[in-house]
Design a protein around this ligand. Structure first.
Ligand code: PLP
Length: 387
């Protein structure tokens, strides 16, 4: 049978069996609308509220500070547009970074086309934002700072706590996109000094189409979806009860042995990096060497294009993703690597390996066996590689 090795957990994760089991009753017997007053509704409501408690305690929040959404993208849109609209009479300036996920970048860009001024902070070669730059960018008009917790491509963990302190001292709302860090490193909203924090179910072995936004008590934000009185009048729409129950179960399971899991993942990740370094010339690590998610390894294979590597690995049963986006036939280096100052010849050959709970040492051995000949073959064909 053909090998199938999944090393793309930052794109999405497999849903745990326990999660599916936790969701099933809410598709069958417990199908009530959580807003109905009768017993069918009450059962569904209990599932929603128990799940809210579970997720809130996982991040050190109070239950009423967690709002369920349809995923990370919606949580980011809600946090950013909701704050911008609520505070438009106070100011029209937003600070973000140049390495955010499109869910944040494109939302800011949209606001930029609609009367807001956006500052996109530069990052250093590791993808770190300097908190001093945040301080310098603040004006009287600044109403929101939104800086991600961990980058989805290179895994760098940003100084959110320090930036949050600056935001607090200046009484500016601070949001962080923690879609990639949730479930990978410990999160406490109080230690991180955040007012809002985005999460997504499908990155933590939960279902797709469910997410949450932490909104600190007292944070002013405009209602996102208009309709009924769901989610404390902040996000209308009948709750996705199976998704919510699944998300909570996923969080419950992973919170049990996060530390052990992290240790295993970082050992595998380092085994992969050391193995690649020892067998392939002209490669470089993208992202911070230590301030990095335990599961993420982004590597530039100079002189070749990531798409070719990905396709060749796929033929061998290995699923990874690229650091560059392919648009209408032309390969554009990723905005993250470009912002980090990675040379185009290196950025174009960037491959992201993102490990997960089921990966083993044998998986890594197999990658180390098949990848060096693939790189050699592609470099032999490359017009920009000196043979
Ligand atoms: N933010 C980050 C950092 C992400 O990595 C992703 C997904 O890859 C998102 C937001 C979007 O989350 P979702 O897929 O749940 O909409």
């Amino acid at each position: 049978m053909k090998k199938k090795i999944y090393l793309d957990h930052n794109a999405t994760t497999p849903v745990r069996k326990e999660v599916v089991e936790a969701m099933l009753p809410y598709y069958t017997d417990i199908f009530g609308n959580a807003s109905s007053v009768h017993m069918f509704g009450q059962e569904a409501r209990k599932a929603v509220e128990d799940s809210r408690e579970q997720i809130a305690s996982f991040i050190g929040a109070a239950a009423e500070e967690v709002i369920f959404t349809s995923g990370g993208t919606e949580s980011d849109n809600f946090a950013i547009k909701g704050t911008a609209y609520e505070k438009k009479n106070k100011g029209n300036h937003i600070i973000t970074s140049s390495i955010e996920h499109p869910a944040v970048l494109n939302t800011c860009q949209y606001l930029g086309q609609n009367g807001f001024k956006i500052t996109y902070l530069a990052v250093d070669k590791y993808g770190l934002v300097d908190p001093e730059d945040v301080k310098k960018a603040i004006t009287k008009e600044t109403v929101l700072i939104t800086i991600m917790h961990a980058n989805n491509e290179v895994g760098t963990i940003l100084p959110v706590k320090e930036i949050g302190k600056i935001a607090k001292d200046n009484e500016i709302t601070f949001h962080t996109d923690a879609v990639q860090s949730t479930g990978k490193i410990p999160i406490n909203v109080n230690e991180l000094n955040v007012d809002m924090l985005s999460m997504s179910g499908h990155k933590v072995y939960g279902p797709k189409g469910i997410g949450a936004l932490f909104i600190r008590k007292g944070t002013r934000i405009e209602q996102f979806m208009h309709g009924g009185h769901h989610e404390f009048n902040k996000r209308a729409g009948t709750e996705n009860v199976p998704g919510i129950a699944g998300f909570a179960k996923a969080v419950e399971v992973l919170s049990k042995d996060l530390e052990k899991e992290n240790k295993k993942l970082s050992l595998l990740r380092d085994k992969l990096w050391n193995g690649l370094k020892n067998t392939i010339a002209d490669i470089s690590l993208n992202g911070h060497p230590t301030l990095r998610l335990p599961n993420t390894l982004d590597v530039s294979f100079n002189y070749i294009e990531s798409e070719s590597i990905i396709l060749n690995l796929d033929l061998k049963g290995i699923a990874v993703s690229g650091g560059s986006a392919c648009a209408s036939g032309s390969t554009e280096p990723s905005h993250v690597l470009t912002a980090m100052g990675v040379e185009p010849t290196c950025a174009q050959g960037a491959v992201r390996f993102s490990l997960g709970k089921d990966n083993t040492g044998e998986d890594i051995d197999y990658v180390l066996e098949v990848l060096p000949p693939i790189v050699k073959k592609l470099r032999d064909m490359s017009p920009i590689h000196n043979k």
